[in-house]
Design a protein around this ligand. Structure first.
Ligand SMILES: Nc1ncnc2c1ncn2[C@@H]1O[C@H](COP(=O)(O)OP(=O)(O)O)[C@@H](O)[C@H]1O
Ligand SMILES: [Mg+2]
Length: 255
């Protein structure tokens, strides 16, 4: 009999049993499972495969082999990890172009125009499986929603460059270095994204802050807790950081 192994993410307790994980489902789960199945049908395997529900109503997904790191520790601050995360996001987006959401699908995050692709919605190291120093998969599609590529890339560069101010304990690098890492991420992502992503970051973070406050006001416990732990204050400080260094960050795209 295989043992159960427990993982704690930012919101959920996830239990692994052999080759699958069980995680709490949400109203969006049926649509997310269609999306995950579509990815695999398209030949994209950097995401869990849906395996239905257990008797308690939890979703069941395949386990992706590798490590998930909550923070970008110094050994993860490599050009290889940055570029592999970008190409993984590119391949994920490209595989979703042929996905057809249903009008009555319930996505946690609002649909954002133009709906070019499915956004992961939380493409960050803490939702990224790493193997031999390279990003090989994304997990936790709870925040997936239709939207523009740049909207998803904006959050990914915020986390992977990262684009945080010096008061954020996860921040590293000067604004020049952060700009070079944003530009490297976008080059690896490939055609279709440039320096305009720098201006999308504050909008993307502000939308997240507004969404978190709105959900907390409606009684969402996880967002209430994140707000009381200071997450929205950090996002707001980082918005100011990106705005203050906009020209330096954008200049890295000219190098
Ligand atoms: N399909 C999966 N394959 C491998 N590990 C997973 C998978 N799903 C979850 N995990 C593990 O569980 C942890 C929390 O998962 P996650 O789904 O991101 O939770 P949360 O919704 O709380 O953010 C991850 O950091 C990872 O270690
Ligand atoms: Mg997660």
């Amino acid at each position: 009999m295989t043992e159960w192994q427990e993982f704690r993410g930012g919101v959920n307790v996830v239990r692994r049993h052999g080759n699958v994980v069980h995680r709490p489902a949400s109203p969006a789960t049926p649509a997310i499972h269609r999306l995950l199945q579509h990815l695999h049908d398209q030949g994209f395997h950097g995401a869990p495969e849906p395996r239905g529900f257990d008797p308690d109503g939890n979703e069941v997904l395949t386990f992706l082999d590798g490590e998930v790191h909550n923070a970008l520790t110094s050994e993860l601050r490599t050009p290889e990890l940055l570029a592999s995360a970008a190409t993984l996001l590119r391949r994920f987006h490209d595989a979703t172009v042929t996905f057809r959401p249903h009008p009555d699908d319930l996505w946690l995050f609002p649909v954002r125009q133009p709906t070019e692709v499915m956004c992961h919605g939380d493409a960050a190291q803490y939702n990224c499986v790493v193997k031999d120093g390279a990003a090989v998969g994304f997990i936790d599609f709870d925040t997936a929603h239709p939207g523009p590529r740049v909207w998803d890339i904006a959050y990914a560069v915020y986390r992977f460059a990262p684009l945080q101010g010096p008061d954020n304990p996860e921040s590293f690098g000067t604004p020049q270095e952060q700009g070079r890492r944003v530009a490297a991420f976008c080059r690896a992502y490939g055609p279709g994204v440039g320096a305009e992503v720098v201006d999308a970051v504050p909008d993307r973070l502000q939308a997240l802050v507004d969404f978190m406050r709105d959900q907390a006001a409606q009684g969402n416990e996880a967002f209430r807790q994140h707000i009381s732990e200071g997450h929205t204050d950090l996002y707001e400080a980082d918005i100011r950081h990106v705005r203050a260094h906009r020209d330096t960050l954008r200049a890295a795209f000219e190098l």
